[in-house]
Design a binder for this molecule. Structure first.
Ligand SMILES: [Zn+2]
Ligand SMILES: [Zn+2]
Length: 194
């Protein structure tokens, strides 16, 4: 037997927090969440102009709950090469397992790794903070070195012009640092020849 709840959260203040208590012990229980929320990210120079949305599913395993699905986000970034702002659409997978909150086990010297150590504890009251899970997954999906395009030509190191927009005409001659001594020697030779 399988029962499905659909819950739509739109613009709810304080984020999307779902009580999953009744799902924990029931391995046939499934809840489908239509996620749609304006998120804020704790990162400089990263913005989310549109709400993040997608379908997420929570199901019980008998002792834990598993949250899976995918959300879509359009993030505003700043290109690290030409410094121009640009937008990057992201499809962000979500897959995380949660266990009931455990009392802080005061077991000094406990060395053995409990398989539950790899599960994320729920908040007291068996509350799953879906907003926070989505936020963390979107953060993880952000590029480490944002670049507006694989062909971005960046700023001219001499005059600072955006080379995607203008041809500044500066001499573009990069000397391989390993060949620089040879270059100096060659120009010295031509000086002497004069
Ligand atoms: Zn760029
Ligand atoms: Zn230039």
């Amino acid at each position: 037997m399988c029962y499905v709840f659909v819950r739509v959260v739109d613009g709810e203040v304080g984020g999307m927090r779902v009580n999953v208590g009744e799902l924990l012990a029931d391995r046939h229980a499934v809840r489908v969440l239509a996620y749609h929320e304006r998120l804020e990210l704790p990162a400089e120079e990263v913005t989310l102009a549109a709400p993040v949305e997608g379908l997420l599913t929570v199901h019980g395993t008998g002792q834990s709950v598993v949250l899976t699905g995918q959300v879509r986000a359009v993030v505003g970034l700043v290109c690290g090469t030409c410094l121009a702002p640009y937008e990057l659409p992201l499809e962000v997978p979500v897959a995380e397992e949660f266990c009931p909150p455990r009392p802080q086990a005061a077991e000094p010297g406990r060395e053995a790794i409990d398989p539950d150590d790899f599960l994320v504890p729920l908040e007291p009251g068996d509350v799953l903070d879906v907003t926070e899970v989505v936020r963390q997954n979107v953060m993880l999906a952000l590029p480490i070195a944002p670049r507006c395009s694989p062909h971005c030509r960046g700023l001219c190191p001499r005059c600072g012009a955006d080379r995607n927009r203008v041809a500044c005409g500066c001499e573009e001659r990069d000397v391989d640092p390993r060949l620089a001594p040879l270059e100096r020697w060659a120009s010295g030779e031509s000086e002497r020849a004069r």
